[in-house]
Design a protein around this ligand. Structure first.
Ligand code: IPM
Ligand code: MG
Length: 362
């Protein structure tokens, strides 16, 4: 069976980095017999420029009929003045909601070759391997009512709503427990239950479902403490599960522990293993078009795609090994460069991964 992959490169550095990931997919198809078919479509600011919508109907249709979506990044300064409903980010949020990608997996893994690239001391981060499980289709990002209203006294007031139903908490909780079962069997649920009723319920539901996973140790942490612990002693964590907005913030923080946000992939999964795969970093408009962006997070997103949607564990491991091998060779893009290494651009990094993929006897 041929799997269809929708390729949505997006804005900024999106097209450059996705081009490298597509090269890797091409090698898997031509040299390793992976049965895939790729189809591209615009999303985000570029989609707005050509069609007036950040998530045009044909793009959404393609994403829905595909088995998986590979996404670059969206956004840029030229679209910041648009109404919020037309901004590039809405394209991304629309995909998440329409495809019901409620479970967002954001691993923070430190490649030992990059221990010196972290701003934290090497011994604090050496061996780091955290999986952040972020709820992605609910919470304050999507809660109603929302908007800006004018009060009786004429003053304007902005408002958003943090809402989670028990079933939404339960499904993300189960997602986290299932993942923990394949790892070190520890889940830390992050909330603000001391202040927010919504996350008091979150904590209660996590406790309830934990009963079904007796081998997994569940702990709870307030989000402010979790942020502190992530920089103080990050290796205490195995799986962290949290709300949409807390996950947004903590995953950037966790990413930086690994030296560069340019290294980290992510998977956003629906209940049926369909998924959207993208680097954690954004569209980096400041370096777009310069050929210096790090394509490794996007290439590693392809590895996640193989793991979680196509169930091609061996090919996924091959990509991860190839990435590790190019780091062993001392090849670095600017974001992960340290003294004594060889600085290369986006394209050369993609080529290096391809070469190492082909030469790996497996
Ligand atoms: C992320 C991004 C998005 C988010 C933006 C671009 C809407 O920061 O994927 O973490 O806030 O979810
Ligand atoms: Mg974010």
């Amino acid at each position: 069976m041929t799997n269809k992959i929708a390729v949505l490169a997006g804005d900024g550095i999106g097209p450059e980095i996705v081009a490298q990931a597509v090269k890797v997919l091409g090698v898997l198809r031509d040299e390793f017999g992976l049965q895939i078919e790729l189809e591209e479509a615009p999303v985000g600011g570029r989609a707005y420029d050509v069609s007036g919508q950040p998530l045009p109907e044909p793009t959404l249709r393609l994403a829905k009929e595909a088995d998986a979506v590979l996404l670059g990044a969206v956004g840029g300064p030229q679209w910041e003045a648009l109404d919020i409903s037309l901004r590039p980010e809405k394209g991304l949020l629309g995909l998440r909601a329409e495809l019901e990608l409620f479970s967002n997996l954001r691993p923070a893994i430190l490649y030992e070759q990059l221990a010196d690239a972290s701003t934290l001391k090497a011994d604090v981060v050496a061996g780091l391997d955290i999986m952040i499980v972020r709820e992605l289709t609910g919470g304050i990002y999507f809660g109603q009512p929302r908007g800006v209203r004018t009060l009786a006294n004429g003053e304007r007031q902005g408002f958003n709503t943090l809402v989670y139903s028990e079933s939404e908490i339960e499904r993300i909780g189960r997602s986290a427990f299932e993942i923990a079962m394949k790892r070190d069997k520890r889940v830390c649920s992050v909330d603000k239950a001391n202040v927010l009723e919504c996350t008091e319920l979150w904590r209660e539901v996590m406790e309830r479902i934990a009963v079904d996973y007796p081998q997994v140790v569940l702990s709870h942490m307030y989000v402010d403490n979790a942020a502190m612990q992530l920089v103080r002693a990050p290796k205490q964590f195995d799986v962290m599960v949290t709300t949409n907005m807390f996950g947004d913030i903590l995953s950037d923080c966790a990413a930086m522990l690994t030296g560069s946000i340019g290294m980290l992939p992510s998977a956003s999964l629906a209940a049926d293993a369909k998924g959207m795969y993208e680097p954690i970093h954004g569209s980096a408009p400041d370096i777009a078009g310069k050929g210096i962006a790090n394509p490794l997070a996007t290439i590693l997103s392809v590895a996640m795609l193989l793991r979680y949607t196509l169930d091609e564990q061996d090919l996924a491991s091959r990509i991860e090994r190839a990435v590790s091998a190019v780091l062993d060779q001392g090849l670095r893009t600017a974001d992960i460069y340290t003294d004594g290494m060889k600085k290369i651009g986006t394209e050369d990094m993609g080529e290096a991964v391809v070469a190492s993929l082909i030469s790996d006897g497996g």
